[in-house]
Design a protein around this ligand. Structure first.
Ligand code: 5GP
Ligand code: MG
Ligand code: MG
Length: 190
């Protein structure tokens, strides 16, 4: 099966951080646990566009129980590149979450601000429960306390791309997670 690997964009990549095999092992482990916890509960998986799309696709396929999926598009406004926690909904869920057991499927938790806002919003709408699976976490950058029930992998404070995560809308279709060469960013700033 063809897919974009590091070799296909090697001029841009500094090093691989999480292999495709490791990503799928993390997802399968979390999905097995969630399948036990949500059996009979008809969970609704919620992903924030676009970064979490790959994680949601793999996670939902690794579940051994029925579920529904839905998406939200959010934008965080703040000074410069720092997300402020003030979140605007660009595209809302199409599902009524009242009384539903929600499992948010997230690509990466950075400051935690977007996720903290989303958890509160879903509870405010009357969800029966709200839990989180996060493929990656950057503990060094956490600003807000968010309770991630299904934990993936902790990574250092480096900007990563691949498996849904982008830099300037690129590299989302890379099959692993990698750190870009500084030259890629510097080219952007010049
Ligand atoms: P926060 O937790 O600060 O509210 O924002 C988390 C979001 O910022 C993630 O869901 C992701 O979309 C984006 N993000 C955070 N760290 C990275 C990173 O290292 N690489 C990429 N491509 N996006 C990131
Ligand atoms: Mg995200
Ligand atoms: Mg992005």
């Amino acid at each position: 099966m063809g897919c974009m690997r590091i070799a296909d964009v090697q001029d841009d990549i500094d090093h691989e951080l999480v292999s495709a095999e490791k990503i799928h092992a993390i997802i399968e482990h979390a999905a097995a646990q969630a399948s036990e916890d949500y059996r009979g509960k008809d969970p609704l998986l919620v992903a924030v566009l676009k970064g979490a799309v790959n994680t949601l696709a793999s996670f939902s396929q690794a579940l051994s129980i029925p579920c529904q999926i839905d998406f939200m598009s959010l934008s965080s406004y703040g000074s410069g590149t720092v997300s402020s926690g003030t979140v605007t909904i660009r595209q809302d869920l199409s599902t009524d979450v009242r009384g539903r057991h929600i499992l948010i499927v997230e690509d990466i938790v950075d400051s935690g601000r977007t996720l903290a806002w989303l958890v509160e919003e879903l509870k405010r709408r009357g969800a029966a429960s709200v839990e989180i699976f996060a493929l990656l976490e950057k503990p060094a950058r956490r600003e807000v306390d968010v309770d991630v029930k299904y934990k993936g992998l902790e990574i250092p404070d480096e900007f990563v791309v691949g498996f849904g995560l982008d830099y300037d809308e690129r590299y989302r279709n890379l099959d692993s997670i990698a750190v870009l060469k500084p030259a890629v960013y510097q080219g952007e700033q010049a």
